[in-house]
Design a protein around this ligand. Structure first.
Ligand SMILES: [Fe+2]
Ligand SMILES: [Fe+2]
Length: 358
């Protein structure tokens, strides 16, 4: 997977000709097959966090991230077959935020599939989001790949329905990154039953790509980089030869391999999060990342946001992070070690040292 196929070279040439794409917070995904006629691309935008202030005022920085991603996605050549939005369109799930975000997404000249984020959900439990974007979980087939969208940000019924006096408070409690009043995310039994039935129709050799908001793995519970029933969901996916889970929510580069399942996070259009261990000095289950973020300037609010190409070749993913104002990265599946690895910065002396500010 370290070599690009000719179609990718063409793609990069086209992207380079545009001259602006390397600064975009949008992910471009290419699925490469042995038969080039089957190759296709899709774009991935995530975590816009559109935030209402009052009246017609919104936080401009978050607006700009999404507006730019949408505009540049419309300029992509070749055109992606569809666009994914990975969740957290809104900051506090309000109608003005969802309307404003949906209006920006409506400028996309493609079919759009949306994933539910916790910031979209916990005010009205996804009711208005559904009016705009449809069901919370679903699947479809496209050119030989089975795509699944899960709503992975559900939690215990007692927390959702009984604990909080108002819906607004419930939303605020779940919106905090490190709030001990939050509750672990989960896919839940109803969706797992649906997923089992959905996958029963899919051949074991068919590549399966799952989109979730939270990682379908356990990384750091304190920040809800976590899915409580991750193992049960993984068990449903393990029988398939080539499975990839692509998730938002963490606003940072992460990658992992558990059995047959490769995990890749995508970047946000809004802001980057630090890594749990760098912030809280706490134990986390973050897999060993040889170069976690390569974030040179933590005081630059757009550093470590960006966009990605994702190649899937025989079901294995190579994610090409094109980082905003930073050195590009490639995280590709290494067939020798059987896991995704950073391709460019394995040697310690070739890594970019963290920048120190005084
Ligand atoms: Fe987010
Ligand atoms: Fe989130």
């Amino acid at each position: 997977m370290s070599e690009f196929r000719p179609t990718r070279r063409e793609f990069i040439k086209s992207a380079g000709a545009l001259g602006v794409l390397s600064a975009l917070p949008v992910s471009v995904v290419e699925l490469a097959f042995a038969d080039p006629q089957k190759n296709f691309t899709f774009a991935y935008i995530s975590d816009a966090h559109i935030q209402h202030i009052k009246g017609t005022e919104f936080v401009r920085n978050w607006d700009r991230g999404l507006i730019r991603a949408v505009a540049e996605t419309n300029l992509l050549q070749p055109k992606p077959d569809f666009v994914m939005f990975g969740g957290d369109l809104a900051q506090l799930g309000t109608k003005p935020e969802l309307d404003h975000g949906a209006e920006m997404l409506s400028k996309l000249e493609y079919e759009v599939h949306c994933v539910m984020g916790e910031h979209d959900y916990y005010l009205d439990l996804g009711a208005y989001w559904s009016e705009l974007f449809g069901p919370h979980y679903y699947s479809w087939d496209h050119k030989g790949v089975h795509f699944v969208v899960l709503n992975s940000i559900l939690t215990y019924d007692e927390w959702t329905h009984e604990r909080w006096p108002t819906a607004e408070q419930r939303m605020l409690e779940m919106a905090g990154l490190d709030n001990p009043n939050g509750s672990p995310f989960m896919v839940g039994e109803e969706q797992r039953t649906w997923l089992r039935q959905d996958l029963a129709k899919v051949k074991r050799g068919t590549p399966v790509v799952v989109f979730s908001h939270s990682p379908i793995q356990k990384i750091y519970k304190g920040w809800n980089f976590w899915t409580e029933d991750a193992e049960q969901v993984q068990a449903l996916l393990q029988p398939f030869k080539n499975v990839t889970v692509v998730y938002g929510h963490v606003h940072q580069i992460q990658y992992n391999q558990i059995g047959n399942i490769s995990f890749h996070a995508v970047m946000a259009t809004a802001w980057p999060w630090p890594y749990p261990q760098s912030y809280a000095q706490a134990k986390s289950n973050l897999p060993k990342l040889t170069v976690p973020m390569n974030r040179a300037d933590p005081f630059f609010e757009r550093d470590a946001t960006g966009w990605q190409f994702i190649d899937i070749d025989s079901g294995r993913v190579a994610m090409h992070y094109n980082l905003y104002n930073n050195t590009n990265r490639t995280v590709a599946f290494n067939r020798k070690t059987g896991q995704p690895e950073d391709s460019a910065y394995q040697a310690a002396d070739s890594r970019i040292a963290p920048q120190i500010h005084y």
